[in-house]
Design a protein around this ligand. Structure first.
Ligand code: SAM
Length: 291
């Protein structure tokens, strides 16, 4: 039998189970086995690797992961797809399908229960477009020690994840992702390799977890809230955004002091600031507010 990731097999599965893909759940199924092989290679999966897959759909990617990995844990939100996955992946007892919204899953607990200590772990997903950012943040903040996360996202999101200061794509998501991981844009994927076809092209991004963050931050929650507020209105200056979205007006002197101390001009826009500059502002401002 051909791979699930083949146009005729995918159509046959959809017909057999009387399934119509749900746009509201971002259901665009991959039908190109070469792309799936590329994803498995990029995620550096071998016979020792544990894998968490998000959104297995009808199992196209799961099948390729199962052939390469020691164990696969796949979270699927759509109840209709559970019997499809169980039947089509029955040959792989080391694949476990979990019917759950991944955003509600305690990934750390699942990883502790299902994978061995020190086992290499990869997270892999052709992400549903409507919820890409929350899922990425959920995985990054879950505390699971993945080595690599390889995700297919909309091309525009891929640009945001890998953007550097000064570009229009650079924002709080770029900094959050690059704080935890070294992030690389790997490959453009045309919309023609999905059923149904989405409106835009996609790209594969590889995020490799850093041993330690690239900057020193004592209070990560404060740091990330400060960054989100700094980008609240992209055309506003740093000071104006922080006073409108992060600090009460009476803290303006502390903010001006902190910016002077770290030699950052508060009239700059957030998109021109590096992660290192945000880290210095965060450290200095926290100290001023406490002192
Ligand atoms: N992996 C399959 C493939 O590549 O053909 C399907 C990918 S499709 C773009 C996204 C999948 O994620 C769908 O099966 C959808 O039902 C599932 N999904 C959407 N939101 C989810 C969530 N919050 N938690 C888990 N799965 C979700």
């Amino acid at each position: 039998m051909s791979d699930i990731a083949h146009p005729s097999r995918t159509r046959a599965i959809l017909k057999k189970y009387r399934l119509s893909p749900k746009k509201s759940l971002g259901q665009n199924f991959l039908i190109d086995a070469n792309i799936l092989k590329y994803i498995v290679r990029t995620a550096e999966i071998d016979a020792h690797t544990g894998v968490i897959e998000i959104g297995p759909g009808i199992g196209a990617l799961t099948e390729h992961l199962a052939r390469a990995a020691k164990r696969v844990l796949a979270f699927e939100i759509d109840r209709r797809l559970i019997p499809v996955l169980q039947e089509n992946l029955a040959a792989f007892p080391h694949v476990q399908i979990i019917h759950q919204d991944v955003l509600e899953a305690d990934l750390k607990q699942f990883a502790a229960a299902c994978f061995e200590r020190n086992q290499p772990l990869s997270v892999v997903a052709n992400l549903p477009y409507y919820v890409t950012t929350p899922i990425l943040i959920h995985v990054l903040e879950s505390g699971i020690f993945f080595r690599h996360m390889v995700v297919m996202v909309q091309k525009e999101v891929a640009r945001r994840l890998t953007a550097q200061p000064g570009s229009k794509d650079y924002g709080s998501l770029s900094i959050l992702v690059q704080y935890y991981t070294a992030c690389r844009y790997m490959k453009l994927v045309p919309k023609t390799v999905f059923i149904p076809q989405p409106n835009v092209d996609s790209a594969i991004v590889k995020l490799s977890r850093r041993e330690a963050p690239p900057v020193r931050v004592d209070d990560e929650s404060f740091f990330f809230r400060l960054i989100r507020a700094s980008f609240a209105m992209r055309r506003k200056t740093l000071i104006n955004n922080l006073l409108a979205h992060f600090l009460p007006k009476e803290d303006k002197p502390a903010l001006l002091d902190a910016l002077a101390q770290v030699e950052v001009d508060g009239n700059r826009r957030a998109e021109s600031l590096s992660m290192a500059e945000f880290a210095r502002i965060s450290q200095a401002l926290k100290q001023k507010l406490q002192g």
